[in-house]
Design a protein around this ligand. Sequence first.
Ligand SMILES: Nc1ncnc2c1ncn2[C@@H]1O[C@H](COP(=O)(O)OP(=O)(O)OP(=O)(O)O)[C@@H](O)[C@H]1O
Length: 600
Amino acid sequence: MTAKPAWIRHAWIPVALAALLCFPLVSGDIYYQNLLIMTFLLAIGASGWNIMGGYAGYLSLGNSAFIGLGAYTTGILAAKADISPFAGCLVGGLVCAVGAALLSLVTRRTRGMYFVIVTFATMQLLGVVATTWSGLTGGSQGLALPLPAWSLSFQDWPFYYPMLGLLVVTVAVSAWVRRSKLGLGLFAIRDDEDKAAGLGLRTAVYKAIAFVLGGTFLGIAGGIYAYYVTFLNTAAVFDIITSVLIVLAVLLGGRGTLWGPVLGAFIVAPISNFTSTGLGGADAGAIRLLLFGGLLGAVAIFLPRGVLPVIESWFRRLFGRGAGHAPPIVSRSPVGGRAADRGAETSEVLVVRGLRKSFGGLRAVDGVDLDLAGARITGLIGPNGSGKTTLFNVIDGTVPSRDGTITVGGRRLERTGRPGRAHAGLARTYQLPRLFAGLTVVENLVVPERRFAFGRLWTKRVTAAERERALAVLDDLGLAAHADDSPAGLSYGQRKLVELAQVLWLDPVLVMLDEPAAGISPALSARLADLVRSLRRRGVGVLLVEHDLAFLSGLCEQVYVMSRGAIIAHGSVAEVSAEQAVVDAYLGDSPVPAAAEGHA
Ligand SMILES: Nc1ncnc2c1ncn2[C@@H]1O[C@H](COP(=O)(O)OP(=O)(O)OP(=O)(O)O)[C@@H](O)[C@H]1O
């Protein structure tokens, strides 16, 4: 069965919106109006949180801090400066945007549980500041906002419609983020942040923008909420329960999806409302926290994907809705690039001097010097544990080192971060291919970023030109039929090929390949060797770690031999194979493979 056109699949959106727009006009029931206002607030919070927590995979538990900041900014402006709360809430959004930008600076290097703790601590800190700064916030006495001046016949419409409007804007922005390069980068960060940085993505900027967007919407919603309740109390506004409800709504609905957080809010808000009106007494807050904390744990364990993805996969199974493959474009992948432009054949692409890296007392890399010319394929061999991967990691910035210099294409890079090294033309693959499982094969190919530009973040996730070029590359690799599949469906060898094609998207001057031929079929190995030779023709320098000497000897002009962190020999495969130190360290007593005696 063919997929239905997008307008049919999305027809429910205007219907649902029209129903929500008409509801207050046809029903005079204030209870349901209020319930919907709180649902919209939760849905805004959940959609905003989803940009950072769902798309980028950064969970935080401090989001009610932004609601509180927005609410207090609006409340203080209204109570002290007589500024309309509807204008004040925009200022609240701005204050939250600045606050989120500052917080993302603080949390730049924080991940996982540490990120959760820092955001939670920020919320607690803001609560304490708001309580102690009583001259401004009213402290524990609370802060009263002016009562709305409109006629009672309007009921709660002046809160209902702005909140609904803000929800529409939040979802629209969230949808637009998904379709942009910003979203592509955020999903890549969620799958493998280190790899994304190695492909040139300025991950800190991506995360900061995601955090600022979510924080801004929460701040504006907090401002409208402040006017709606007309009385702010620090204990209630900076309560952890609001953060828990936001996270619960996202996880329940479907983290990382567009509509999951909204669906989750429509399920969670009525339950929350029921418990806050139904439960009384001094322990009501603790019971609610226990209940929603328990629900959060249960959803994380028993429904980790959330309701929406589960329903979608049922539908797919029932109606067989597939993504459909675009026809492959038969053309050759482009050659040339910056390596050829800079006449790399004649210059050094990599110069390393005195590089060292120790892990405790172990000298994994011990004073390594390397000289690699462009348009040359250089092998790096050595016994297991001799330091080859660590040397790669130090050169590409995965592992920091304080000793030694690294020059790529004439630029000193030892103090440059991973994205900067990628922008300078340094690219690498891994022993086990690391593709982004949440992206399609084409998206994996186009995700690398040759240089950072703000404007680029807002462009389409995969432009038509990029798609055409990516399909040409995949066609060359015999993988065009998998263009729109998840890389999880590819064989190990195919993933290695795609990873190589991915790093070539950077248009590098130097490519470091970590055991590219390990564990792949002879046919794929031959294809890979062809690809490596084509790099040499384009003037790209190649540094290749490989245990398969037959593979190396057919490719490399020179090899470096490592043992115990140091380079112990350098020359052609035949030359180093004849050296006694190499035989002792690497080959042991085995004879040199016949293939090593004559190389291309
Ligand atoms: N993060 C780390 N912490 C501590 N020791 C490490 C770390 N990474 C590597 N090592 C150690 O450094 C030494 C060099 O390891 P490395 O992985 O670089 O060797 P290799 O030559 O790539 O080995 P192989 O050929 O098996 O991949 C090994 O003794 C390894 O145990």
